[in-house]
Design a protein. Sequence first.
Length: 330
Amino acid sequence: MELTTNYLGLTLAHPFMPGASPLSDNLDTVRELEDAGASAIVMRSLFEEQVVRDRYGLVYATHTDTATRAAIASYFPSSSEYALTPHQYLEQIRLIKARVSIPVIASLNGTTAEGWLECARALQSAGADAVELNFYHIATDVLEDGNSVERRLLNVVAVLKETVRIQVAVKLSPFYSSLPHLASRIESLGADGLVLFNRFYQPDIDPDELDAAPRLQLSASSDLLLRLRWLAILSQSVRGSLAVTGGVHEPIHAVKAVMAGADGVQLVSALLQKGPWHLTTIRRGFEQWCEAHRYGSIDQIRDSMSLALSPDPHAFERGHYARILQSWGR
Ligand SMILES: Cc1cc2nc3c(=O)[nH]c(=O)nc-3n(C[C@H](O)[C@H](O)[C@H](O)COP(=O)(O)O)c2cc1C
């Protein structure tokens, strides 16, 4: 079974890799991931706020009022709470590159196209083979319309592409008015791939403390459905790479993601819960399923589903929506 895939211009042995997470923090774990068959390593993110604080000693310098600035600064981790300082992040890239022979994808997490993006050049010099940009942005400003939010993302992508030679993937959220249009604009700026989707960590409320109660919840396989829909829709127009992140826990989830159009399949929650060797289970299970169903290559699996895709995804969505609502109780 030919599992080779092209992801961001990198030829990978297969699509399965650990996604951005603490799994890249420990060099022994990274080595274990490679031994378990990871085709690449995606590192945890280096945050814009870290880089800005490291350089200028401030987070969100735009507020003039000192009390507001202090309140905002208190939302963020202190420098020592981040797992890696910007300097240590670069060192970690070098150490990982020295330890494993698979590609290493660094991750930047930010929402402005300001000077902090220059640090991408340092990631490249440290040996990163590609960079994943996580644009984690929640639109909260009544004066910022949808177009401006998209422009903000596109500016970050444009500056990042001008800054580095290595390939750039953009990790998106699903909450845009028209993802196909946005995806085509991101591609037109030269981005090499999209990663679907960012998971938003939704704070709960602690009613006794009258405070927000942020919780880190690992994913469930039900998270995959949203990704499958958008992989299937975007794979019809996106020419670059597509990766899935969110809800892949078992081999059959990986089969569905590749069928829907994924070139790369990232796992985090499943590996945190079951350990790096679960990657071997995913790859073997994927291979067994494909062989049992007489598929010979990744391309063949992807093509098999694209033949079944609707020529009119809008009508497909409306039609199936109407039908499913009628089916209750019948
Ligand atoms: C503990 C933890 C840390 C994470 N750190 C990052 C990060 O630094 N950057 C990032 O882009 N995503 C980060 N993520 C999100 C994952 O990369 C991934 O997109 C998400 O967990 C969904 O994939 P999964 O269902 O395989 O867990 C993190 C997730 C977890 C659980």
